[in-house]
Design a protein around this ligand. Structure first.
Ligand code: PEP
Length: 231
């Protein structure tokens, strides 16, 4: 399989989302499975604009309870009600800035899967962890809390490669993906400064099942070029 997911982070409100999705449905995306992950407030616009296509809409996070006193959070049940197909959990920006831990990431993933959503769970080492030779130990720790599920995909996103323009070499990514796959037999996406120019080489690695794309997914031409490059 080859899955290309565009993580829009905190970009594109509902109007821009609707316009982007209207164009996305018309462009050549090749053979890849494609999903977009807009901010919460833009999910409904994306679901509506992409209705009747094979392009899935994912959220960027979800809470583990169905409802309750959790100000600012959104549950998996609410996402499912909206027609959202899946969700990212454990993105390194959530771990870094919003206190997500291996335990909360596992709870978010389990709740979303239980609700019937697909899940992209992010793992990856920081620069200092890699320099200290701890990459494998970090991946083992982060993956060990997740359980196999047919609807679970892992994204290997070395933190030092996200939004920095530095990307893991295909060999580095391949090694990390093999470690992850030895722990959990699920598809593994690579994420970290994927661009039209490096997508084909990365996606050609046998342990790389697609890409989670941040910055380059915000522009329709570069996102479509990445989708076409991944086969
Ligand atoms: C991401 O946000 O998951 C990501 C990989 O970002 P970028 O492609 O911009 O490095």
């Amino acid at each position: 399989m080859s899955l290309i997911a565009g993580n829009w982070k905190m970009y594109k409100g509902p109007l821009e989302t609707a316009e982007f999705c209207r164009v996305l449905r018309e462009v050549d995306l090749g053979d890849a499975d494609v999903v977009v992950c807009p901010p919460y407030v833009s999910l409904a616009a994306a679901v509506q604009a992409l209705a009747g296509t094979e392009i899935g809409v994912f959220a960027q996070n979800c809470h583990w309870e169905r409802d309750g006193a959790f100000t600012g959070e959104v549950s998996a049940a609410m996402l499912a009600e909206l027609g959202v197909y899946g969700t990212i959990v454990g993105h390194s920006e959530r771990r870094q800035h919003f206190g997500d831990t291996d335990e909360t990431v596992a709870r978010r993933a389990a709740a979303a899967l239980e609700e019937g959503l697909h899940v992209i769970a992010c793992v990856g080492e920081t620069e200092s962890e890699r320099e200290a030779g701890d990459t494998e130990a970090v991946l083992r720790r982060q993956v060990s809390v997740l359980e196999h599920d047919d609807n679970l995909v892992i994204a290997y996103e070395p933190v030092w490669a996200i939004g920095t323009g530095k990307n893991a070499t295909p060999g580095m990514a391949q090694e990390a993906h093999e470690t992850i796959k030895s722990l959990l037999d699920v598809p593994v996406l690579y994420g970290g400064s994927v661009k039209p120019g490096n997508a084909a080489e990365l996606c050609a690695q046998h342990a790389i099942d697609g890409a989670l794309v941040g910055g380059a997914s915000l522009d329709i031409d570069s996102f479509a070029a990445i989708c076409r490059a991944a086969h």
